[in-house]
Design a protein around this ligand. Structure first.
Ligand SMILES: N[C@@H](CCC(=O)N[C@@H](CS)C(=O)NCC(=O)O)C(=O)O
Length: 216
């Protein structure tokens, strides 16, 4: 196996990086990290050295480059860790659908509640679109836990790419102290307690960069 390298942004802010990184960690892969702080005068140039899209994360596997967080997770599952998708047909279809939904949607949540995993912030006002995003996310979590909860503590039982895709939402809900029901709170605790998640947050705590506009 060639040495895998994952190029990521600041751990405190880069929610897309967290998704691929967590999937790779949970798969038990050995990989090197290249961290490029975002929002500096040279960020774009540095990222472009690795990523054709000019965005992180990007995975380097020998001469191969894979960009887009979900494509990276798919690549990892296909080549190194098939268990990152559930085996059961219905569970796999649901996992794929909600992962794609997370990747493509929830714009209001992303804009209003940027990831800032080492900080605790006040939400500056709820609005109908943000509430709709939060409601849809908790409905997804309920559906998954109701149908597959007996198999384990994660969305589809064991940890899958779907959990990696929702991990930054868990961080956001903690940062902005979003009031949640018992099912959602239990799921948040499960993700937050992962040692890989704690490793990411600790690294975020030790970062020195602050991107202020992310907080507004
Ligand atoms: N759809 C992409 C989104 C990637 C993305 O927007 N990444 C942000 C960091 S979280 C980025 O690279 N921004 C470039 C910049 O801020 O210069 C994915 O899933 O990977």
């Amino acid at each position: 196996m060639t040495q895998l390298t994952l190029v990521i942004g600041n751990k405190n802010y880069s929610s897309w990086s967290l998704r691929s990184w967590l999937a790779m960690k949970q798969a038990g892969l050995d990989f090197t990290e290249i961290r490029i702080p975002l929002d500096t005068p040279t960020s774009y140039q540095e990222i472009r050295r690795y990523s054709p899209s000019g965005r992180v994360p990007v995975l380097l596997d020998g001469n191969l480059r894979v960009w887009e967080s979900l494509a990276i997770c798919e690549y990892i599952a296909e080549h190194f860790a098939p268990h990152l998708w559930p085996e059961d047909k219905a569970a796999k279809a649901l996992a794929r659908s909600i992962s794609a939904e997370m990747h493509a949607g929830f714009h209001s949540l992303r804009e209003t509640m940027p990831m800032d995993c080492r900080t605790r912030l006040c939400l500056l006002g709820m609005n109908p679109r943000l509430q709709a995003d939060i409601d849809r996310i908790t409905a997804i979590w309920h559906e998954c836990r109701k149908n597959f909860g007996v198999k384990g503590d994660f969305l589809l039982g064991h940890f899958t790419i779907a959990d990696a895709m929702f991990a930054p939402v868990v961080s956001r809900f903690i940062t902005y102290d979003v009031k949640l029901d018992e099912v959602a709170r239990a799921y948040i605790e499960t993700i937050w307690a992962l040692s890989a998640m704690q490793e990411w947050v600790e690294a975020a705590n030790n970062e020195v960069e602050s991107i202020y506009y992310f907080n507004h």
